[in-house]
Design a binder for this molecule. Structure first.
Ligand code: PMM
Length: 276
């Protein structure tokens, strides 16, 4: 069955604006809630990658994420570290992370592949064309799926050349990263082309802005953004999770683990002709 990666963003805008320990405690408690809801792994991140976000200093990033990674790993969870910084990846692996989730696919930090190669951790490589401050500057495509597959294939080759075996590599089409609304739907509709490359595939659609295209087809787009609440975005995410599972992905990265777990179970019962 498709794995569920639950999201724990330890960023000031995601959790209470209290002190560092309050943030860590809230994040750890959230991670435990996601595990109880059925998450197979927990993705801990300390740098927001939303369009327009500024970079976070690696030392500040590590202060945010390391206590959370350590606590969840010590409790037996499979922890993933969402970072573009090699130093943060190394420190998080030492704290117990088993997967490095680099949305930049090693492009933001030249040391990333070598840092992961030295360890036994897995590496998720995202399709990426630039930082959040200017991610739409290079968002023009002739054939977005072909370009995503080719560019990820090149990063896969580079990661293997740096000493990370293919079995430890996961590919992610980078939904919302340097792709405007429609381009995301096109890539998703052609996911089997990415799955066909061979390595495991991870997809993150959760609560992303492009979902509004589908949810607001008959409403003014800017008005819709305010109207379409989290509950509706989570339902849309659960549907995309089922469709991604049917396209053969290894895992989906989501905020609302319960909704996606329920949707995957219902889809499986339909496919098997029995509620297993
Ligand atoms: N999206 C975000 C952050 N990290 N990691 C992977 N592998 N794939 C994604 O699509 C992805 C990611 C941005 O979403 P958030 O701000 O809601 O966490």
């Amino acid at each position: 069955m498709t794995a569920i990666m639950g999201i724990v963003n330890v960023t000031p805008d995601s959790f209470s604006d209290g002190g560092r320990y309050a943030d860590a405690d809230a994040a750890i408690a959230h991670g435990h809630r996601l595990l109880s809801a059925g998450a197979d792994l927990i993705d801990v991140g300390g740098e927001s990658t939303r369009p327009g976000s500024e970079r976070v200093d690696p030392a500040a990033e590590q202060q945010r994420v390391l206590p959370v990674v350590a606590a969840l790993a010590a409790a037996g969870a499979t922890v993933s570290i969402d970072t573009m910084n090699a130093a943060t990846a190394t420190a998080a692996i030492a704290a117990g992370a088993r997967l490095v989730n680099d949305v930049s696919g090693g492009l933001a930090d030249d040391d990333m592949f070598a840092a992961v190669a030295e360890t036994s951790a897995d590496l998720a490589i995202g399709h990426w064309r630039g930082h959040a401050t200017d991610m739409y500057a290079r968002a023009d495509y002739d054939d977005v799926t072909a370009e995503v597959v080719a560019e990820l294939g090149a990063r896969l080759d580079a990661a293997e050349a740096a000493g990370i075996p293919r079995e430890r590599i996961v590919l992610d089409p980078g939904i919302g990263f340097g792709k405007r609304g429609e381009a995301n739907w096109r890539v998703l509709s052609q996911l089997p082309r990415l799955v066909a490359l061979g390595p495991r595939v991870l997809v993150g659609t959760s609560r992303k802005r492009f979902l509004l295209d589908a949810l607001s087809a008959d409403t003014d787009a800017t008005a819709a953004a305010a109207e379409i609440d989290e509950r509706r975005r989570d339902l849309a995410t659960a549907v995309t999770s089922v469709l991604a599972a049917q396209a053969g992905v290894w895992a989906v990265r989501v905020h609302d683990v319960t909704a996606t777990r329920d949707a995957l179970r219902v889809a499986r019962a339909w496919q098997e002709g029995a509620a297993l």
